[in-house]
Structure formats: C-alpha cells, structure tokens
Design a protein around this ligand. Sequence first.
Ligand code: ATP
Length: 429
Amino acid sequence: MEKVVNLCKRRGFVYPGSEIYGGLGSSLDYGPLGVELKRNVKEAWWREIVTGRDDVVGLDAAVIMHPRVWEASGHLAGFTDPLVDCKGCKQRFRADQVAGARCPECGGELTEARQFNLMFKTFVGPVEDTAHVAYLRPETAQSMFVNFRNVLETSRLKLPFGIGQIGRSFRNEITPGNFLFRTREFEQMELEFFVRPGEDEQWYDYWRHARFEWYVRLGIARDRLRLRPHAGDELAHYAKGCVDVEYAFPFGWSELEGIANRTDFDLKRHSEYSGKDLTYFDEERRERYFPYVIEPAAGADRSTLAFLVDAYDEDEVEGEARIVLRLHPRLAPYKAAVFPLLRKDGQPERARRIYDTLRRHFPVDYDQAGSIGRRYRRQDEVGTPFGITVDHDTMKDGTVTLRDRDAMTQVRLPEDRLVEELGARIERP
Ligand code: ATP
C-alpha cells in the first residue's frame, strides 16, 4: 500500500489535499495522471452501464436537494454511525470499529456511544437558520428516484429500465482513511434499475454477476475479488438483499460496490412525502404499481484505488528492477509514448510529428530525455501500455517499433498504421 501511495505522489496521480497548508484530514487531490485514470474508470462504467445499453439513461443531478428528500429517504433519522470519544486522548472513533471498551490509541476510557449523522449540513442563501438548512447529498441515488417521473415521461422507456449517474457525494466520516478508500468527499457511480415486482430476484442475480465481471474485464485478478452477501442484521432498512463486491486490499477485504435489492421502498416513500404519484402503469399487465429497484452502487475512487493496487508490480528487466503498473490499456492515463531513439538525425522532429498525429486520437506522451531504457521505465511506472520508437530505419522506410509494456515484445510497423493498431490493442477484450 505504501508503495502505491508513494508512486501516486511521485508521479502525479494523487496528492495530499491542501498540502501547502499542512493537508486537511483525508482530503486528496488527483494530479495530472490520476485525473486521467479516474476519468477512464468513470468512462468505462458509463459506457458499460449507460451508453452501451438501450435500457438505461443517464442523469446529472444537483448535489444540494430539497431537505425533505432526506426525510423521505430515511437519511435524516438514520444515516448515522455510532461515535465514541476517548476521555484520555480525546480522539474519536466509530464504536463498531473499536474492539473492547478501551481507546485503541491510548487505552483510555471511552464515552458511551452516541449516534452521529454523517450528512454535511449547510445553509441555502444568506440566512443561517433552521428554515434554510440543506444537506450535501450523501449518495447520488435519491435524485434518480426523485426524477423517476421526469425520466419516464420524457424518455418513453418501459420496465425494466435504469437511470445511471456519476457524481460527487459527501459523508462526514468519523474515521476516513486508507488513502482513496474512505474520504469525506468522493464520487459514486450508481445505477437504479427499475423492474417489475416479482422479477426483482432475477435482476438482482443479473446485476451481481454483471458488476463482478466488469472489474475482471478491466484487469482485476479474479481471485482478489469476491461477492459477499450481507447478513440479515447488516441489511439496510430498505433492502431485501444486498451483496458487496469486495477486493483484497493490502488492508484486508473491503467493499468496492454494493448491489442491493431496494424493493419499492424509495418510490413509495417519495410518493408519500411529496404527494406525487410515482407509480408505473404496466400496459401489458394492465396494472399500476411501484416498481422494484435493483441498485449497483460503486465508488469511482475506491475502484480507482483497486485498479492501481492490482496493477502495481515489480519485476526485473535485464538485471534491473522495474516498477510497472499493469493497467488495462483502456484505463491507462497515456495509451502510448513516442520516443526518438537519438536526439539527432531528424529523429526528434519525426517522432514529434507522430506524437502530434496520435494525440488527436488518444492521450499520448512524448519523451526524449535520457536513455531509451530509462524512458521505457518511466512509462512502465505510470502504466503506459505501448512505446513507439523512431530510429534510424524510420528515417529510411517509415516504420517504427511498437513495444508492449507487459510482454516486452517489439514489432515493426509502418507509422501510418499506428492509429488503427493502437485502437485495436486498447480495446482488447
Ligand atoms: P462503507 O461500509 O465502506 O462505509 P457503504 O456501504 O456505506 O460503505 P454505500 O452507501 O453502499 O457504501 O455506497 C456505495 C459506494 O460508494 C461504496 O461501495 C463505495 O465504493 C463508495 N463510498 C461510500 N462511502 C465512501 C467514502 N467515504 N469514500 C469513498 N468511497 C465511498
């Protein structure tokens, strides 16, 4: 874990937030390479869940919603963690995360647990009174229920169908930590898939399987992933069933995504609290009902962390240690890097031209500093899957070498075939 954190800082994936002011709790900033990686994760999700399907549409809703939303959803009353204070060192802990009745830091006595609501509170407008209290959303899900009617009326979709959304959520976590794993502000990738009651179990199975396989297809080792069903007492108040996709992080098996059968709880509650009819009229069955909802809820930051941890590898090349991120080409920040072998004989100019052409199609890097071995290492370390080298032969016949990060094999091909060849290799299944 420490190696991944160091690499992230050193190569500009993730920085400590507000660092020049000494940092701020677990706030983290994505640097130039991190922002590309995370965008690619989100893009892979969006393509799989929204644009790649004909039964799901997207949404991008406001972070601050009407406060009644959180009454209806149950968050105002129940989105709490049990908080304990140490009477000695004054540190705070989640009661369910400390073993025994003593402080895990100093052994001091702990207070009784009290419920702490995780929603960030703010005020809308200049008046700071209770009438103007609002909350930053702790999940993106509710806006999809609140917009159910709008989507239904404007899209002409019929059950089963889904609404997908990627966006920021906020939770005032008592104990954030483990780098990107738990922060107070993070991005979620959530799908609310509306189905006929009675068909919910089969869709719950479908989505469990589909979501697990998504991580595998993007390169995560199957044996470091598992599906863990929630025990009865662990189930949220709205859920009939829930299973977590967990990854074997260096700090233990931990949740990447939860897939829940939320039943008709949310639509019913929002109907009740808003006074608006959120039922669905099923023309085939000639009946009106509240659809059931299957929700795969993933975290963009947690999955980015899992992809990073899983891709991290150290091996040896020609007697030298190398660090390599074996990221799937679709996730890699740069798809290729272009190198002139020598800094003379017109090679840099030729390499620049290739770089300029490729850059119109993919994010690509250019590097002419240091030995070619050093340049390969620098790209290996940030997961660039392909290296393109312009050499003496390029100047004669227009061919370049294409090196594969993992196999470390090289092939020669005409430079005008690069766009097509890279395109095919990036999309590898
Ligand atoms: P946990 O039990 O770890 O607090 P949760 O079960 O409360 O998570 P959900 O409410 O199911 O999480 O949220 C769905 C997804 O959102 C999680 O699987 C995770 O990927 C992401 N997520 C939730 N809280 C955080 C957080 N504090 N930091 C980063 N990602 C988060």
